[in-house]
Design a protein around this ligand. Structure first.
Ligand SMILES: [Zn+2]
Length: 428
């Protein structure tokens, strides 16, 4: 009897809950052309119906009924694509030079607030999902939770926590021996990491050691990767070295960042093992020089960038030709000015310049990245059941990738966070 009345009470709550859920705000984006990110025919004069934070229906106008009371946003002449995703981001980035030096005494509180500001700017630039690949002291998870709770606006965050390296390596959290790496990986997991980032070679910003070096032992790499995989995390490695790449590939690494000096043999092996490449081309190509001058980078740093740039470019061309899975990442703020646009858009343009079709470059920043993260059921497409992460452009990016320079409308999870043309302002 008591169970029965409890069931009735539960049923009553459910009945009350249904009308409330049905009141989730409904938005209809009407009249734009929706790009099929999988390469099918675009939908011209489309209606995209959004309920709450999710896409309910997408189809030609007339095939989609717009419920009474919905907010209707007219979008004639616009092209809709899924929100962009950037897989190599540090919202708290500090680099060698005057700008980085000014941040040496930054507290965690100050850094987290600076990161929140950068997260907002990244979202404004059309980046609705990021993977953070090093942030100190768990500040990334504080930001991730604040965004998830709606206290701060920014992209969806997947994070690797702190970059783990051997003592003297390219990074922050220095550990030694297999157990040192295991413990550091488990600590990131406890904080909320879904990835582990290690540095298995040197980097452009190092003052000692070579980019081509491979300082980790087999035991260290093997144990680190095993511990990460046992906890459901993937491992990405900062890497420019062929020797270090072979070592990490032997033990099942999931992804390489940068890949500066990777040769054809290594790239073929990556392709065979479904290992991802996040190229971060913008850090080594000419468009970055303006950036390095702005942040007051020293001369030795600029020289190193130029030296690495040519090999990095040849590596990207090879990777594209060989069909290695590429996910877009910048290693600069997603919104950082670069070559007259943002770093994220400049990165996609470089992929096209190096041999991708515009559609492939778009995929590298949307469904490919979603697939790499294992989130493709929820993000990366404009399709029913996905989060409503949608950008509007003034031209067709599958014809010319430079159309990404015209992002003027950004929606994340049904929330319009940018609307340059006031499309969503009701007209009398
Ligand atoms: Zn980085």
């Amino acid at each position: 009897m008591r169970t029965a009345s409890r069931c009735l009470a539960a049923a009553a709550i459910l009945l009350l809950a249904v009308p409330a859920a049905a009141q989730a705000p409904v938005t209809a984006l009407v009249g734009a052309t929706v790009i099929d990110i999988d390469g099918g025919a675009p939908i011209a004069d489309a209606t995209v119906l959004i309920e709450g934070e999710t896409i309910a229906t997408v189809g030609p106008r007339g095939s989609v009924a717009i419920p009474a009371g919905a907010r209707v946003v007219p979008m004639p002449g616009k092209w809709l694509i899924p929100g962009l995703m950037n897989m190599h981001v540090h919202f708290g980035l500090k680099l060698p030079g005057a700008a980085g030096d000014a941040l040496l005494k930054e507290t965690d509180g100050e850094q987290t607030l600076r990161m929140a500001g950068n997260a907002w700017k990244a979202l404004q630039a059309g980046v609705t999902t990021v993977r953070l690949v090093h942030t100190e002291n768990g500040n990334d998870f504080a930001l991730k939770r604040a965004i998830a709770r709606g206290e701060v606006k920014g992209p969806r965050i997947e994070s690797a926590g702190e970059l783990i390296v051997p003592t003297g390596g390219h990074g922050f959290r220095e550990v030694d021996g297999p157990y040192g790496f295991a413990q550091a990986a488990r600590e990131q997991f406890k904080r909320g990491a879904s990835w582990i980032k290690i540095a298995i070679s040197g980097g452009i910003s190092d003052t000692h050691g070579a980019i081509g070096a491979a300082p980790m032992t087999d035991d260290e790499i093997r144990t680190l990767i095993e511990v990460a995989h046992r906890n459901g995390m993937k491992v990405t490695a900062h890497n420019g070295s062929v020797t270090a790449a072979e070592q990490a590939l032997k033990y099942g690494v999931d992804c390489f960042e940068h890949g500066y000096f990777l040769d054809e043999k290594t790239l073929r092996r990556m392709k065979a093992q479904n290992v991802w490449l996040v190229p971060t081309m913008v850090v080594s190509q000419p468009g970055a020089h303006e950036f390095y001058r702005r942040i007051g980078s020293p001369d030795w740093y600029l020289k190193r960038v130029e030296l690495v740039g040519r090999d990095h470019w040849a590596m990207l061309q090879n990777a594209i030709r060989l069909g290695v899975d590429i996910a877009l990442g910048t290693d600069q703020f997603p919104h950082e000015p670069n070559d007259g646009t943002t770093a994220t858009v400049a990165e996609a343009e470089l992929y096209v310049k190096a041999g991708m079709t515009p559609l492939k470059a778009l995929q590298a920043g949307t469904i490919q990245t979603a697939r790499m993260l294992g989130l493709d059921a929820k993000v990366g497409r404009i399709a029913a059941g996905q989060y409503a992460d949608i950008l509007a452009l003034d031209a067709d990016p599958t014809r010319d990738i430079k159309a990404l320079r015209t992002i003027g409308f950004v929606m994340k999870g049904g929330d319009i966070v940018r609307d340059d043309d006031n499309l969503a302002v009701p007209r009398a």
